[in-house]
Write a protein that binds this ligand. Structure first.
Ligand code: DP6
Length: 339
């Protein structure tokens, strides 16, 4: 970049933001464009209140390179490169050259198997944009977060969120379809495995197209999205439950039939899924969904969550249960708050 086009740094080039992770009701699995993270299908999720990533970004003229500290540990290599790629986009938009220090913390245990990339890249986009002096809309922030991790696009807006696949970088972003208070749902996360997963989502997305079932999954996605969106808007738990379970099972069918095959379920995952189906048959409102890991997210009305969490703890192989309600949007934090 030519110096003449560079802007002066803002007087205080640092900002702190926080964001919740989210659980997808209709899953994102597979990209049309890996570099831009343009998904093959739209997705719908709920933010998870109480669980969060908090990230401080400060652009510093004295730094030779970007630095990343996550939960007190220096991160280098691919983890840092992924963050620097987002900082580069922001530097380009703000016309600044300074490198940044990024300090990030998750309040949920990394062993709990909840993907932190959604909350991490949502908080990074918001903090870095602000620190660089940019005034970005929710849509622009969602697009930026998407470039770091697809599911992070959905952690920018509040509550129940839809990410339209779109056709390009410009129109692939997430937006809120209902605020968190619209429907008192909870996610009881049954932790069944602390084993580190072998294949992460990014590698998994690249394999999705090798499954002969992926085309059918993608073709049927608009129908599942419609059912899920309507179920949320009408607070229809039965309709939500069957769409959520079908969508999770279809994604895992694709994963299991990819080359190489990805098997994320553990015996205890299956035990939880079967038990949840049994409960629903007995009139208890609960449904399951599983991401690219072994833990089972059990979605239920908030008033049932305590009872369901207690029951889940009683299933052999469940080592812990974390409960979260529907969460708000990614937010900037005032200086020194929560330090
Ligand atoms: C199974 O957003 O984690 O959780 O874009 O490579 O970071 P990257 O992938 P990621 O994929 C999420 C996959 C999923 C389903 C979902 O959250 O929609």
């Amino acid at each position: 970049m030519r110096k003449g086009y560079l802007r002066k740094m803002p007087s205080d080039p640092s900002a702190t933001a926080f964001a919740n992770p989210n659980i997808a009701f209709i899953k994102y699995w597979g990209n049309r464009d890996e570099a831009l993270r343009l998904p093959v299908n739209g997705s719908i999720s709920m933010n998870l209140d109480g669980l969060f990533t908090r990230t401080t970004v400060s652009f510093q003229p004295s730094l030779p390179f970007d630095e990343l500290i996550v939960n007190g540990h220096d991160v280098t290599g691919p983890g840092l490169e992924r963050v620097s790629a987002i900082l580069d986009l922001i530097r380009g938009m703000a016309r600044i050259e300074e490198q940044a220090e990024v300090i990030s913390e998750n309040n949920f245990p990394s062993g709990a198997g909840i993907a932190s990339s959604a909350s991490a890249f949502a908080a990074l986009a918001l903090a870095a944009g602000k620190a660089a002096g940019l005034e970005l809309s929710e849509r622009e922030l969602s697009r930026l977060a998407r470039r770091g991790s697809g599911s992070a696009a959905r952690s920018v807006p509040a509550g129940f969120v839809e990410w339209r696949a779109g056709t390009s970088d410009e129109d692939s972003f997430a937006f809120s379809i209902a605020p968190p208070e619209h429907w008192a749902l909870a996610d009881c996360i049954a932790v069944v495995s602390a084993v580190h997963k072998k294949t992460g989502s990014t590698e998994g997305h690249a394999l999705a197209g090798t499954s002969p079932l992926q085309a059918a999954r993608v073709e049927d996605a608009p129908r599942r999205l419609d059912i899920c969106r309507r179920a949320i808007l009408e607070r229809d738990f039965e309709a939500l439950a069957s769409a959520v379970e079908l969508d999770s099972d279809m994604m895992h069918a694709v994963m299991m039939t990819s080359s190489p095959a990805l098997h994320y379920w553990q015996p205890a995952s299956l035990a939880v899924m079967q038990t949840v189906r049994q409960w629903r048959g007995d009139g208890i409102p609960a449904c399951y969904t599983v991401d690219a890991g072994a833990n089972v997210h059990v979605v239920c009305p908030e008033k049932e969550a305590q009872e369901i969490a207690t029951r889940l703890r009683g299933i052999a192989g469940v080592t812990d249960v974390l409960t979260a309600r529907a969460g708000g949007p990614a937010k900037l934090l005032e200086k020194n708050l929560g330090d």
